[in-house]
Ligand binder design. Sequence first.
Ligand SMILES: [Zn+2]
Length: 397
Amino acid sequence: MSDLLIKNTRPMGSDPADILIRNGRIDAIGTDLAAVGIRVEDAGGRIAIPGLVDAHTHLDKSLLGYPWYKNEVGPRLIDKIDNERSVKREYGLDAHIQSMRQSLQSASYGTTLIRSHVDIDTDQGLIALEGVMETRRQLAGIVEIEIVAFPQSGLMRRTGTADLLDQAMAMGADLVGGLDPCGMDRDPKGHLDTIFALSQKHGKGIDIHLHEMAELGAFSMELIFERIRALGLQGKVAVSHAFCLGHSDWKATQAMIDTCADLDIPILTTAPPSREVPSLQRLKAAGVRFGAGVDGFRDTWGPYGNGDMLERTMLLGMKNNLRRDDELADALHVTTTGGALVMDRPDHALVPGGRGDVVLVEGETLGEAIVTHLPRRLVVTAGNVAARDGASLMVRP
Ligand SMILES: [Zn+2]
């Protein structure tokens, strides 16, 4: 928590102003602000945006720092999952080092808040969780990390995983994860009853990966809706990917989106070019909390990605056919304040009283900053300078 005065910036592309941060929070935004005895940064007229929020990623398993991974993995989900477990063993992949590498790379791009799923399975137990928790401790003040205990290899199909998730929650994971209750576990009732029971036992929320498309995804969504209503968990259960909300049967899809609004179910997307995705415009119109993330990247799943949420903002715009400048600003809302709202942080915005997370970006307008996504001039987390000119101040291991 620090004090900082950022002079000569343009908050969200507006007229020039200064931003004063005290004790890690935005104290004032205005012209000719002065403060004695605190550090000053000159923004040189650059646009200031809130810290970028990567609300869906996997910090424990990128292959950053390793030579290029030659991907020869089969086409099915289970091929990727089984291959990943064997590569982790072969490489002796250290979740702490990998999560440090990815988090610091993300910080260099202006991300100040991350929600990461972390694999919990009967092969590696809780070791990845311990590694990412250590990274969370070491990077406090640079990037804040929220952890989802994620049964990547299945829950009902691998006996012992539920107990490990229970232990993970007791150790300090923030949310219970889930994965394709039909497609992965072939036991939607067992899978969902287990994760909802863990959520209730530990008093924590849920974030479930739902890749299931069309009617199968809609069926799983119905089961999720039923449990939220029965247990009174409105606002506590998020759904990641939710490809079924992008299905072209728009009457059925709209009814599900409306239910997500009624039950306050946040949706998280990675805007993948290869899949149907929930429409940003429809979610916005319905008032559904909506965040975005880079997902896993440079890992055994696929070669794409780099952790840059400003680039992801552009992909979100392309995926949703956003062309107007006001629409691009909507996309940036999803990758900043929107993602923070999914994580129940209403103070993540460039307003007095907001958290002192500020990123200086290059461009005449917000739209240009998004489309060019040039290296970030300055990244400030709670008043601390975390990165400058595209490089994090802490050296990557
Ligand atoms: Zn994911």
